[in-house]
Ligand binder design. Structure first.
Ligand code: 13P
Length: 247
C-alpha cells in the first residue's frame, strides 16, 4: 500500500485572522503518523502559514508560473515558492482548466518546470458531468494524464488527483465505486503507458466533496491513496478526521 496523502486546497478563501485560527486548529489536531499531510493556502498567506504551522504539515502552492521568473506581471515563480518553503504545487486543477482556461500543454510544461526545481506536483485530472454522461470519463482523464506523461521526465515526485468536476464544491461526492473505477483505470493507464513500477508507486488521490462523513468509505477502496479536500479543509477538526481516515 502507498503512503496515504491528504491535501487541503484552501482555494481563494481566508483572511489573516481566519487563517491564524485554522493554523492553530491544525497545530492542535492529532494526526495519524503514517500520512503525508499538505495544505495549500492562497499565495499571499503562504509565508504566514509557513511561519505558524507545525513542520508536520507541508505546504503547497495552488499554481505556479510555467518557467523561470522575470518579466511576467502577476505571476509567481517556482523559485519563489521554494524560497518561502513550498514543497508542492497543485497543477491542472479544474478551476484553472475550466474557469481560467489553462490547456493540457501549458499544464504539462508547468509540471515539468516545477519538477525540474524539485517541487512536487499534485497533478489534477477529471471529467465534467456531460463528459461522464456521454461515456467519455476515461477518454478525458487519459488525455489529461497523457499531457502530464508526455511532459515530465519522472513520476517520482507526482501525486495524481482524480477530481470529477461534477463533484467539486457541489456536495455530490463520487460513490466509492465510481471513484475506485477511475482510480483503477488511471493506475492501469500508467502501467501500460509509463511503467509497472510507476503505476504501483504513484499515489492516486480523490477530490470532490470529500468530508468527515464520507471519507472513511472512500479510503477503504483499493486504489484510493488519499484525498484532495476543498471546503472541508477550511475546518481544522474535520480536515484532521479526513487525514485520520487512513486504513
Ligand atoms: P471540494 O472539496 O470543496 O469539493 O473541492 C475539491 C477540490 O477542488 C480540491 O482541489
Amino acid at each position: 500500500n502507498n503512503k496515504f496523502f491528504v491535501g487541503g486546497n484552501w482555494k481563494c478563501n481566508g483572511t489573516k485572522d481566519s487563517i491564524t485560527k485554522l493554523v492553530s486548529d491544525l497545530n492542535n489536531a492529532k494526526l495519524e503518523a503514517d500520512v503525508d499531510v499538505v495544505v495549500s493556502p492562497p499565495f499571499v498567506y503562504i509565508d504566514q502559514v509557513k511561519n505558524l504551522l507545525t513542520d508536520r504539515i507541508e505546504i503547497s502552492a495552488q499554481n505556479s508560473w510555467v518557467g523561470k521568473g522575470g518579466a511576467f506581471t502577476g505571476e509567481i515563480s517556482v523559485e519563489q515558492l521554494k524560497d518561502i518553503g513550498c514543497k508542492w504545487v497543485i497543477l491542472g486543477h479544474s478551476e484553472r482548466r475550466h474557469v481560467i482556461g489553462e490547456d493540457d500543454q501549458f499544464i504539462g510544461k508547468k509540471a515539468a518546470y516545477a519538477l525540474s526545481e524539485s517541487v512536487g506536483v499534485i497533478a489534477c485530472i477529471g471529467e465534467k458531468l456531460e463528459e461522464r454522461e456521454a461515456g467519455k470519463t476515461f477518454d478525458v482523464c487519459f488525455k489529461q494524464l497523457k499531457a502530464f506523461a508526455d511532459a515530465v521526465p519522472s513520476w517520482e515526485n507526482i501525486v495524481v488527483a482524480y477530481e470529477p468536476v461534477w463533484a467539486i464544491g457541489t456536495g455530490k461526492v463520487a460513490t466509492p465505486l465510481q471513484a475506485q473505477e477511475v482510480h483503477a483505470a488511471v493506475r492501469d493507464w500508467l502501467k501500460t503507458n509509463v511503467s509497472a513500477d510507476v503505476a504501483s508507486a504513484t499515489r492516486i488521490i480523490y477530490g470532490g466533496s470529500v468530508n468527515g462523513g464520507n471519507c472513511a468509505e472512500l479510503a477503504k477502496q483499493e486504489d484510493i491513496d488519499g484525498f484532495l479536500v476543498g471546503g472541508a479543509s477550511l475546518k481544522g477538526p474535520e480536515f484532521a478526521t479526513i487525514v485520520n481516515s487512513v486504513t
